[in-house]
Design a protein around this ligand. Structure first.
Ligand SMILES: C[S@@+](CC[C@H](N)C(=O)[O-])C[C@H]1O[C@@H](n2cnc3c(N)ncnc32)[C@H](O)[C@@H]1O
Length: 221
C-alpha cells in the first residue's frame, strides 16, 4: 500500500516522491533524469547543460572568433566560460556572486554585479576591453510571473550596462532575457549602441522556461 510515497509515472523514468521531498523537487528531478542535454553534459564532462545553449547560439550567430576576449557575467558553475575558452580562448573573466571551481585559463571573480564596485574589480583584472560580453545571469525564480519577469529584466539591463562599459567597438553582447525578448528602455538602449539585435531561443533552452536570449552585434563604441 502506498502511503507516504507518491509515485510519478511517465513513459520515461519514474521518480518516487520521498517523504521529505516537495513535489516541485520531484518534478525537477524527473526533468533532470529525462533531459537529453543533462545526459549529454554528463557524458561530455560539461559543468552544466547550459553549455549547449551558448554552443547553439554560437553556431547560429558566430559570436566567438579565435583569440577573442570574453567577459562572462553570472558565470557559475562555468559551462559558458569553458565553451568561450574552447571557441575564443583570449583573456576570459568569469564573474559570479557564487563561489566557482577554478577553470584553467579563466580569471574567476566572486562579486555581486549589482554592486557598483564590481566594475572597478573587473578593471583591475584587465585594463583591456572585451570582444564579447555574455550574461546568463538569473535570479532564483519565485513562481510569480510578473516578479520573475521584472527581476530577469533588471539583470538584463544590468548586463547591458556592463556591455556598454566593457565592449570594444565591433563587440558582441549576448544575454538571457525574458520571454518576448527585450523591450522598452533596454531595447532602445541596445538599438542605440549596436548595429544588429536578434532574439533566439536555442533548443537547449527548455520550452517551459520563459528565458530567451538577445544577441546584439557590432557595438558602436
Ligand atoms: C543560470 S546560472 C549561469 C549558468 C552559466 N552560464 C553556466 O553555463 O554555467 C545564473 C547565474 O547568475 C548568477 N547571478 C545572478 N545574479 C547575480 C549578480 N547580481 N551578480 C553576479 N552573479 C549573479 C547566479 O549566481 C547564477 O550562478
Amino acid at each position: 500500500m502506498i502511503k507516504k510515497e507518491k509515485i510519478f509515472r511517465t513513459t520515461k523514468e519514474v521518480v518516487k516522491t520521498a517523504r521529505r521531498r516537495k513535489n516541485s523537487s520531484t518534478r525537477w528531478l524527473q526533468r533532470q533524469i529525462n533531459d537529453p542535454y543533462v545526459r549529454q553534459a554528463q557524458a561530455e564532462g560539461k559543468r552544466s547543460r547550459a553549455a549547449y545553449k551558448i554552443i547553439q547560439i554560437d553556431e547560429k550567430f558566430n559570436i566567438f572568433n579565435k583569440g577573442n576576449s570574453v567577459l562572462d557575467l553570472g558565470a557559475a558553475p562555468g559551462s559558458w566560460t569553458e565553451v568561450a575558452l574552447e571557441r575564443a580562448g583570449g583573456i576570459t573573466i568569469a564573474v559570479d556572486i557564487l563561489e566557482m571551481d577554478d577553470i584553467k585559463n579563466a580569471i574567476i571573480l566572486k562579486a555581486d554585479l549589482s554592486d557598483e564596485v564590481s566594475s572597478d574589480l573587473i578593471k583591475k583584472l584587465s585594463n583591456e576591453k572585451f570582444d564579447v560580453v555574455l550574461s546568463d545571469m538569473a535570479a532564483s525564480t519565485t513562481g510569480h510571473k510578473q516578479t520573475d519577469h521584472i527581476r530577469t529584466q533588471a539583470l538584463a539591463e544590468l548586463a547591458a550596462l556592463y556591455a556598454v562599459e566593457f565592449l570594444k567597438p565591433g563587440g558582441v553582447f549576448c544575454a538571457k532575457v525574458f520571454q518576448g525578448g527585450t523591450h522598452g528602455d533596454l531595447l532602445n538602449d541596445l538599438k542605440s549602441n549596436f548595429k544588429s539585435i536578434k532574439h533566439f531561443k536555442p533548443n537547449a533552452s527548455r520550452k517551459e522556461s520563459p528565458e530567451t536570449y538577445v544577441i546584439a552585434k557590432d557595438f558602436k563604441g
